[in-house]
Design a protein around this ligand. Structure first.
Ligand code: HEM
Ligand code: HEM
Ligand code: MTE
Ligand code: MO
Length: 330
């Protein structure tokens, strides 16, 4: 493997791992295993390049003395990202002190991609026609093949050795507090805090109408479904409240905007209204403040960041639902 090909493959594999990781978060819980298998294989493919990259690193450290801070920070981030991913998926290591394993992994992986781009600019490698030649493609294929075999081996061993990883769902998340809302973690996407809301004074605005908590609860719509947080846990609960199609009535539009008292918001396609629930209760009890009281969204099949808490406004309008950042920015 030439040095140039090694570096270009590293760039391709890291970019691929970054994209498949975020794709898995984006597409919800249905087909999520597919991007995650590619994700794992790409991660192992980075590991498979170590023998060739070590030669480059040793040479670079010699000729770029005193100018390798970015490269070494990148090396550290890649090691942390891959190690935390593997330990999470096999040994079930869920936290490192105050941080969750997924915060370390996703934060590390995202920073690693940024540093990779900086590093690749500092140490430019120009792709040439021969990189697309049969020989190069065969080598790339061989590395990916070995990585695929490593993935099959590691996931097989996880099952055979009954490692904790065999208990995760296809998203990679581990069960917590199902059927026991008090044992379910309280989380936020980034840094949203629990607002103090007096249930008696609170009202939900939907177009020109308002509802108080009891009016929403009175619909008594109920679903049992799983909240699957991108932080690496899931929890199944019985949620009750009002289906969104009932709250919006005959208001017409393309999308439904669900706003939190904190300003956090997500938009949904209007066609989904009948499968979304505005919950006031979980497990037969009123929601706790942390879990979104007086009312929070339940969005089956979508990852936790769609499940807006402390909802106080629902707007139906003509904007397309996808005119929003793919992930919340606050
Ligand atoms: C897993 C990702 C990567 C890690 C951890 C990494 C790490 C390093 C380290 C520690 C060095 C030696 C110190 C230095 O010369 O700065 C180095 C050298 C180098 N890296 Fe990377 N690198 C990665 C990906 C890439 C990519 C994507 C490219 C370009 C597309 C690249 C191009 C180079 C080049 C050309 C050198 C050699 C510099 C020389 O010999 O003068 N690296 N890399
Ligand atoms: C860019 C550098 C990244 C690399 C090299 C990487 C690599 C890995 C590896 C090797 C695993 C273990 C796979 C296994 O043993 O099955 C893993 C798991 C995981 N990664 Fe990443 N990852 C990166 C970034 C990300 C990002 C940015 C996200 C999300 C936005 C992400 C989400 C996940 C998830 C959810 C798992 C658990 C999958 C499961 O247990 O089935 N990763 N990653
Ligand atoms: N307003 C608001 N709603 C939010 C969030 C947030 O940060 N702000 N985080 C989301 C995320 S990432 C998850 S996983 C769930 C967590 O719900 P829980 O705290 O009831 O477990 O709430 C979602 N709803
Ligand atoms: Mo989450």
């Amino acid at each position: 493997m030439s040095r140039r090909l090694t570096n270009l493959l590293l760039l391709a594999f890291l970019t691929g791992a970054f994209l498949t990781g975020w794709t898995a978060f984006g597409i919800g819980t249905g087909w999520v295993r597919l991007p995650l298998v590619f994700h794992a294989v790409l991660g192992f493919a980075v590991v498979a390049l170590i023998p060739w990259k070590s030669v480059i690193v040793r040479h670079g450290l010699k000729v770029n003395t005193g100018q390798a801070a970015t490269s070494l920070a990148l090396l550290l981030l890649v090691v942390v990202t891959i190690a935390s991913g593997l330990l999470f998926s096999t040994a079930g290591v869920r936290s490192y002190g105050p941080l969750t394993a997924m915060q370390v992994h996703v934060g590390g992986g995202t920073l690693a991609l940024i540093l990779t781009l900086v590093h690749a600019r500092q140490r430019p490698v120009r792709p040439r026609a021969i990189d697309l030649e049969r020989r190069s493609l065969l080598r790339a294929g061989a590395v990916l093949g070995a990585a695929g075999a490593a993935y099959v081996g590691v996931s097989g061993a996880t099952t055979l050795l009954r490692l904790p990883g065999r208990d995760s769902r296809p998203t990679g998340s581990y069960e917590r507090g199902s059927g026991d809302p008090a044992a379910m973690p309280v989380t936020s996407w980034l840094n949203d805090g629990t607002p103090s809301i007096a249930v008696e004074d609170w009202q939900l605005r939907v177009g020109g109408s308002t509802y108080d908590r009891d009016a929403i609860a009175a619909f008594e719509d109920e679903i049992t479904t799983i909240l699957d947080c991108t932080g690496g846990w899931y929890s199944e609960q019985i949620w009750s409240g009002a289906r969104l199609d009932r709250l919006i009535g005959d208001r017409a539009g393309r999308s439904i905007r669900i706003r939190s008292a904190t300003g956090y918001e997500r938009r949904f396609p209007i066609a989904e209204a009948s499968s979304l629930l505005l919950a006031t209760h979980v497990g037969g009890e009123p929601l706790s403040a942390g879990h979104g009281a007086p009312a929070r969204l339940v969005a089956p099949g979508r990852r936790g960041f769609w499940w807006v808490k402390w909802v106080n406004e629902i707007v139906v309008d003509d904007r397309s639902w996808w005119l929003q950042p793919p992930f919340p920015l606050t």
